[in-house]
Design a binder for this molecule. Structure first.
Ligand SMILES: Cc1cc2nc3c(=O)[nH]c(=O)nc-3n(C[C@H](O)[C@H](O)[C@H](O)COP(=O)(O)OP(=O)(O)OC[C@H]3O[C@@H](n4cnc5c(N)ncnc54)[C@H](O)[C@@H]3O)c2cc1C
Length: 418
């Protein structure tokens, strides 16, 4: 038994009485049967009370870490972190289509919250799920497929404890990473979709203030494994230039923490994340907020948030803009429509962050924005329900798989109404 008391950011102290680490799926089943209130805990990277419970938290780090390739999927123990999964896949010549900004997060926790990387044609990490093994609130071990699976993948731990996930894999590939600077807001807004689709994965980092956008991180797939000097036409045409030294997206932070840039090709797992496995991801003492806005409303969303730039300036480390391809996962932020994600890395100052989150929601929710479930947001269930066409189907699924409400907590009550 271990005692982990706060989330990664140190912004939430867990009230759970214990963190238990079962060594087998049978032990998970026994724990659920014995616990009126229980929640799965991943790598603790969510920013709120999401993973908390008045009962016990269950870490799956003690389950056997065996990774099994079955045809075109890989069966992954739920508690494994993406970085560790990558070290299993690389010797087998396999890759995942995409990764988040950091490799430190657990697969099950990332999938449960709709965590994503970037790419106009890349779905969220949850989009790679092809099967799921789950211990439900009745203690039953089930393998979900079909419609139930699409309902259960992004479920924030409300349906049960996921013990393994089947993820789509593909042959290993290489990418280059190049940072561009000097792009103006005028050029970005004029050619937004062209910029965001100029490579396999594109992230725009901005402080919102000033006429200069900030940085554009371009991750391009290559088959050559060499240094590539190919300039990205749309960015060069728009007046941007290539950074000739390694960059961090937050001024003054250690560049050693970031994955190699400067156009040197490298394997997928060392280029898709922004941060290296052995180093601190992002700023450290921070909070994060993110909204996924339908791509069709991107220009309006950017305009509305830019108008808040000065108000956010002192509390914001940086914003990242990414894209996520549409999926059919019921509570996914990209359900039914391609999305642009507007992410905010804040100073860890909740009293100053909260009013800004309120102002963001005032302008973004009317555009159909859906919050990242793992980050700081305010909207309650009544405001969120209309944004998800399958909301009531999800609540029915939750009632069936967790009839006694073992996996519910204060967060699910506020934001899901269960
Ligand atoms: C520095 C930093 C960078 C980040 N970068 C990104 C990014 O690039 N893209 C992005 O989209 N998000 C990003 N996030 C957010 C992060 O991916 C999510 O918060 C995600 O939930 C983290 O996974 P976790 O395992 O740490 O989750 P936890 O906080 O441990 O848990 C989150 C939720 O998952 C549930 N869960 C965990 N394991 C299981 C299981 N086995 N069965 C059922 N439910 C389970 C928990 O019950 C809880 O509801 C970042 C966060 C940080 C701190």
């Amino acid at each position: 038994m271990v005692s982990v008391r706060t989330n990664w950011a140190g912004s939430h102290t867990y009230e759970a009485t214990d963190v238990v680490t079962p060594a087998s799926v049978t032990e998970v089943q026994e724990l659920i049967a014995a616990s009126p209130r229980i929640r799965a805990l991943g790598s603790r990277h969510s920013f709120t009370d999401l993973a908390d419970t008045p009962g016990v938290q269950v870490s799956l780090e003690g389950l056997p870490a065996t990774v099994e390739v079955i045809g075109d999927v890989v069966r992954v123990p739920a508690g494994l972190r993406y970085g560790d999964l990558a070290t299993e896949l690389v010797p087998r010549g396999l890759a995942l289509a995409n990764l988040a900004s950091l490799p430190h997060i657990s697969v099950a926790g990332a999938v449960a919250t709709g965590t994503h990387g970037s790419g106009r044609r890349n779905q969220s990490l949850a989009g790679a799920v092809r099967g799921m093994e789950l211990v439900t609130g009745t203690g039953e071990l089930v393998r979900l497929t079909g419609a139930e699976l699409t309902g259960a993948v992004v479920a924030m731990g409300t349906l049960g404890i996921v013990t393994s996930l089947d993820l789509a894999v593909e042959p290993a590939f290489e990418l280059t990473q190049v940072v561009y600077e000097g792009l103006s807001w005028t050029a970005l807004l004029d050619r937004l979709d062209e910029v965001l689709s100029c490579a396999y994965s594109v992230s725009v980092f901005t402080p919102w203030v000033g006429e200069d956008v900030g940085q554009v991180w371009v991750k391009a797939r290559t088959s050559t494994g060499s240094v590539t000097g190919e300039p990205v036409e749309v960015l060069v045409d728009a007046g941007a230039h290539v950074a000739t030294e390694q960059r961090h997206m937050i001024a003054g932070m250690a560049v050693e923490n970031t994955t190699p840039q400067l156009g040197v090709a490298g394997p997928w797992h060392e280029r898709l994340p922004h941060f290296r496995m052995g180093f601190l991801p992002s700023a450290g003492e921070e909070l994060q907020t993110e909204y996924l806005v339908p791509m069709s409303r991107a220009a309006e969303a950017l305009g509305a948030v830019r108008a808040l730039g000065e108000a956010m300036h002192e509390v914001l480390f940086v914003t990242e803009l990414r894209t996520i391809a549409a999926d059919d996962l019921w509570l996914s932020g990209a359900y039914g429509e391609d999305a642009i994600a507007l992410h905010f890395t804040w100073h860890r100052d909740p009293l100053r962050v909260q009013p800004l989150v309120d102002r963001l929601e005032e302008v973004l929710l009317p555009l159909g924005a859906r919050p990242h479930w793992g980050k700081v947001f305010r909207a309650h269930a009544d405001a969120l329900a209309p944004l998800y066409p399958r909301w009531s189907d999800f609540l029915d699924l939750a009632a069936r798989l967790d009839p006694e409400g073992r996996f519910r907590n204060a967060w699910t009550e506020r934001h899901l109404g269960i």
